[in-house]
Design a protein around this ligand. Sequence first.
Ligand code: HEC
Length: 234
Amino acid sequence: MRTMMKKLAAIAVAGVASTPALTQSGNPSRGERDFRACAPCHSLEPDRNMTGPSLANLWGRQAGGLASFERYSDALKASGIIWDDRSLDGWLTDPQHMVPDNAMTFEGITDAAVRADLLAFLKEATKPGAASQQMAQPGMGGMMGGGRVPNLKSLQPSQHVTGITHCRDTYRVTTADGKTRAFWERNLRIKTDSSKDGPERGMPATVPAGMMGDRADVIFAAPDEISKMIEQRC
Ligand code: HEC
């Protein structure tokens, strides 16, 4: 009888463990808050890719299947997974366990209730057309953009870089408002953004980086502009 009970208990536990977090039972507003853990890397706007692929229209998508995302791992592309309630629950529990060698640097969410909330939110927010609907609601912009980067197409004079010099260990960055700031060369980050958020060609932008005010990014439209802009001069 004892062993029988034990067996039943084991079956019950296994049954619970293999039940996917029920998206129906999750709380979408708590899930929206939980999405902050994903937002630095994932947008909900179609084809707005950041570190990770856009999650718009996720349900029913083949894993690794968003054509506009360039950086999928071979592991995810070869996984054969179709994203649905169950597979997403497994992925969010422990991505490296489900698809070894995938490229998502995220440790997973052990709490099934948190996963259920998150999936309840995502299921609505990733539906076709959901992004534009939510964009129209005041206050939702921050959420939708995920870790949205500032658009650099129209720049304040203080953001528009007109010249950069390099002298010994120092870059000096001059902006269209006539100001020049000096940076230790390890603190100036040179980047490109060729997307619709990136600067116009020939109009590199500077944005502050880090918390201490000692670092900045200079973002160009394309790599060929970089060395043309930086003048070796003391
Ligand atoms: C540090 C950045 C980062 C964070 C944080 C992150 N992801 Fe990802 N995610 C990625 C990357 C990169 C990939 C692509 C992985 C690959 O190709 O192996 C990915 C892939 C995915 C995919 C597969 C999409 C597809 O097109 O197949 C889903 C779903 C996903 N992430 C959901 C989430 C959710 C939900 C969260 C928050 C709980 C999250 N991710 C947190 C970077 C991140």
